[in-house]
Design a protein around this ligand. Structure first.
Ligand SMILES: NC(=O)c1ccc[n+]([C@@H]2O[C@H](COP(=O)([O-])OP(=O)(O)OC[C@H]3O[C@@H](n4cnc5c(N)ncnc54)[C@H](OP(=O)(O)O)[C@@H]3O)[C@@H](O)[C@H]2O)c1
Length: 281
């Protein structure tokens, strides 16, 4: 389908989704202004078309997806709303339902249509595996996304319910997944102090898919802490809005912050990651 599609911005997930849209014939634009070298290289590898600035991108696209981080979601949406964008805006960051609704109201007030999206799974590749994209909003807008991604590694799935529903799904999942990963790191840090890492892993292996059984994954948790910390604050907001306990989400965010300076560092060793958990005070 010949839709013109914009991605804000081509991170690991955004570039992979954009590449899938290209497979279906969409022309995909991105805006290099202010972006890092890593993002520029990903965009080039994915065959995305650069624009001179954000206004040019928004003038040329029918659909734009915001997929950067929970922290940047409001800023990106505000820039798009200020431009008077009249197309379809897909809010795909890990934000609380309340924040997503505020973002949507701002954009709709300026003339855009909005879909609330929740993405699950690894970035899509051409390997037959599917990355799920749950969508809440107008049926016609969901159908547009279905056409854009039909037969690709992205599977749009319509949710019943208004904007905020997909965000709620994501918050429920993120709160569980990220908290268990951080609990595993704390458990490994303690076990390492007493030299009992091996029996800890042996016991964890009795429980299928336990993060405790896979400490080699913990450096990637530390490298993503800069992004997960604000996401856990979004989870806490979502829980508080429903008068549910937010303590675990906030505590997880506090622990994640100890890895704040390890942003995207793929070379981190596990013992370094665990050592960071010791309170320096
Ligand atoms: N990766 C996954 O497996 C996965 C799975 C499910 C959902 N997601 C969701 O997808 C979103 C992006 O994740 P990702 O893995 O693609 O992250 P990523 O690889 O770190 O990419 C983030 C992108 O957003 C840009 N960005 C970061 N901070 C920004 C800011 N303040 N203003 C404008 N742009 C900013 C980055 O540009 P610079 O390079 O210039 O900083 C980069 O292009 C997140 O909301 C995440 O929860 C990811």
């Amino acid at each position: 389908m010949g839709v013109t599609f914009g991605v804000l911005h081509p991170g690991e997930m955004g570039a992979a989704i954009a590449a899938q849209a290209r497979r279906r014939g969409a022309s995909v634009l991105w805006c290099p202004t202010g972006r890092s070298r890593a993002t520029r290289e990903r965009a080039a590898r994915s065959g995305l078309v650069p624009t001179a600035d954000l206004d040019e991108l928004l003038d040329r696209v029918e659909v734009v997806i915001s997929i950067c981080s929970a922290t940047a979601a409001v800023q990106v949406a505000t820039q798009v709303a200020r431009s008077g964008f009249q197309g379809l805006y897909v809010e795909a960051n890990d934000t609380s339902p309340q924040r997503c609704i505020r973002i949507a109201q701002r954009l709709m007030h300026s003339g855009a249509e909005v879909l609330d999206a929740a993405i699950f799974g690894a970035p899509p590749r051409d390997n037959g595996a599917k990355t799920a994209m749950y969508l809440a909003g107008r049926r016609a807008d969901v159908e547009t996304m279905t056409l854009v991604f039909a037969g690709t590694g992205v599977e749009p799935i319509r949710l019943e319910g208004d904007i905020g529903t997909a965000s709620a799904l994501k918050m429920a999942h993120a709160g569980y997944q990220k908290t268990t990963a951080v609990l595993a790191a704390v458990a490994h840090a303690l076990a390492a102090r007493y030299g009992v890492t091996e029996p800890l892993i042996a016991e964890a292996r009795h429980a299928p898919h336990s993060p405790l059984a896979e400490p080699h994954r913990l450096p990637s948790v530390a490298a993503r802490a800069w992004r997960w910390t604000p996401e856990l604050h979004e989870v806490a907001d979502a829980l508080e809005a429903e008068e549910l306990p937010r303590d675990l989400a906030l505590a997880t965010a506090t622990i994640l912050f100890r890895w704040h300076d390890d942003k995207d560092d793929a070379s981190l060793a596990l013992d370094t990651v665990l050592a960071r958990l010791a309170d320096p005070t």
